[in-house]
Ligand binder design. Sequence first.
Ligand code: AMP
Length: 396
Amino acid sequence: MKILVINAGSSSLKFQLIDMDDESVKAKGLVERIGIEGTHFKQTVGDKVIKFTRNMADHTEAITAVLEALTDKENGAIASLDEIGACGHRVLHGGETFKQSALVTEESLKAIEDLIPLGPLHQRPNIAGIKACQAVMPGKPNVAVFDTAFHQTMPPKAFLYAVPYAYYTDYKVRRYGFHGTSHRFIAGETPKYLGKDPKDCKFIICHLGNGSSLSAIVGGKVVDTSMGLTPLEGVVMGTRSGDVDPAVLEYIMDNTGMDIHEMLNTLNKKSGFAGLSVSSDMRDVKAAAAKGDAQAQTAVDIWTYRLQKYIGAYMAAVQGADAIVFTAGIGENDTEACADVIAGFAWMGIKIDPARNVRGACGIISTDDSTVKVLRIPTNEELPIARDTLEIVSRL
Ligand code: AMP
C-alpha cells in the first residue's frame, strides 16, 4: 500500500508518497506561499522534477495540485489515485485526548478541533490539510498522527507546572512536548545500535534543528521532554528563546508598549539565534563567529551551555543514561557542535571519537571507553506517520 503523508502548515504543505511494501519514498514535495500571491510548487520523483508557480488560494487547491503532480503521466509517481491507500497527517496537538494516532472520523475530527486553542497557528492548518484530503479524495481514509502523543507517558512530576492546580484541571495547562514523531523514530532506532532490548535502554535524545527539543527515554517511553505547553519552552533554538523567566515578559512589555501577542511573537520568532546574533541558522552564526564576531560566538556558547544543562538534568531523569543521541539539522550535520556539547561531560568520562564523529556517519560516534555512548542517527519524521497510518487502516 502507498501512503500519502501530509504536513500542512499555515502557508505551506510538505508531502511524501511512501510505498509501505519497502518503506521507500516514491515522491516528495513542498507547496509554499499557499493563500499568498505566487504559490510555489515542487515535486521530486527520483530525478524527475515538477516545479511551477501558480496562485493557490487554500489547502484544497494545494492538495489538488499535489494529486495532479503525483499522477502526471510524464513526471508523476503513480498511474492513478487508486494507488494511494490512505493519507497520514501530522497534527500538532493531541492534548490529553490522543495518546496515540487516530483514524479521522467525525468524532475524532471534532476532538482535534476542540484542541485548536492549545496551538492555533499549527492546529488550524493541520485540520485544513485533513479537510482538503476529505474533499478531494472522498472515501479515502485519513489518519491523524500527533506531535504530542509520544510524550503522553510522562509522569505528573514531569508534566505539571508548579502553578495553581486548577489551571491544569480547568484549562489543561501542562507540559505536552512536541517533535513526537522524531523522538519516537529515534527511540525505536537507538536500541538497535546499542545492541540491547529497548526495555533495558535509558537514553537522551537531542533533536537539534531550527526547532529543538530533548527527550529522556526509559524502556522505550518518554519520562521527560524539554518543550512544554507550547514549543517555546526548553533549549535555545533558531528563533525561539527556550526557557525564560516569565517576569521578563511584563518588564519588556512595560518598557516597549508591546502587547502579549507581540511579546510572544518575539519569543517565538525573533529570539534564539535570530535574537542573539545575525541569523536563525547555526551556519550563519558560526560563520560570523569565525570572522571575529564576539556576540555570535556568545550565541553559540549560550546554545551549547543550555544544552549541556538539559543533558545533565536528563541524566538524573533517566538515572544514568546508556546513550546520548543527536539528530535533526544541527545534530546530523554540525559535528563540531555535537563535540562541543559533549566536551562539557569529559569530567564524567564521556568522549567523542573524532574519527567516528564525521558528517553523514550513522551510529556510535563516541570512543570505545566512553562511559556513555554518543550516537548520531538521522531522523525521519514522515515514516512513523506512514507506519501508523498503515497500521490503523489495516484494521479497518
Ligand atoms: P531542521 O529544522 O532539522 O531542518 O534543521 C535546520 C537547521 O539545521 C538549520 O537552521 C541549520 O541551523 C542547521 N544545519 C543544517 N546543516 C548544517 C550544517 N552543515 N552545519 C550546521 N548547522 C546546520
